[in-house]
Ligand binder design. Sequence first.
Ligand code: BDR
Ligand code: CA
Length: 322
Amino acid sequence: VQKIILDCDPGHDDAIAILLAAGNPDIELLGITTVAGNQTIEKVTRNALAVCAVAGITVPVARGASVPLVEPQMVAEDIHGETGLDGPYLPPPAFDLDARHAAQFIVDTVMAHEPHTVSIVPVGPFTNIALAMRLEPRIIERVQSVVVMGGAYTRGNATPGAEFNIYVDPEAAEAVFRADWDVTMVGLDLTHQALASAELQDRVRAVGGPISEFALAVWDFVGSTYKRQYEFDHPPIHDACCVAALIDPAVFTTATADVRVELRGEWTRGTTVVNFADTPGMHHSNGSALGQTDFRTHIAMRLDHERFSDLIVDSIARLTAV
Ligand code: BDR
Ligand code: CA
């Protein structure tokens, strides 16, 4: 069983990631931490509690950063709506927030468990993770792995080059990629294969009950915004891919690469510059040589959509059966 902390900004695909983490027996969800991203910290925190109420989830929820490290706050209202989770009915919270800041919660939780047993899953801007790293640098060596949703090696969604989670807080992202821990980057190249297809939605509909209805309402709303903004036929379930990989590593293939976040480009700020290990002769853009140890980030490449769908359906069915 893999212990995880899910750091999120629900968010439609974040909500599905929560359901997957809470419903899958191979994951022990130690807590949910929230970060401003898709909407303000108040809204995404309320949404995290609402998802818990819908699905009967009772894990600690700790509120985190309301602004990025350097940039002013920005939200994704065009995709996730005014509440950050428009579409489904959002019930009132069934329990109180953890009193700690998310960064403190992450530090306490990682340090309270045996070394290399807890993985962190950041699926919003990486602000809380950067804060936690600085609050207690020993977490870097202590966590098992960090599986992030963010970045891309082909194209962005916030700008032509930059993916939203990185674009919102590029300094935090660079800190996370630069630290000496085991990072998997689940970028848009992978998550755009993880669509809530008609078949997947039919299978979830067949489960029936309020959690199934909730998931369908999530996809209905974000399906319409993805159609309008990006001309997608079905919405991507970005964030759930990270959780899925911790349940079943065969859900996607990976390649190793050196990842840097562009912090200064006029047109490219927030872009992940991904140098795959098959081009070791390269230098960094600042002229310094790349060493073998630079090629250490696992980049998610090809999704097995059927395995992924099976996990989503299974988790909703299990949560419904309780
Ligand atoms: C990421 O941005 C957010 O809108 C989604 O929840 C996901 O984490 C995709 O770029
Ligand atoms: Ca997210």
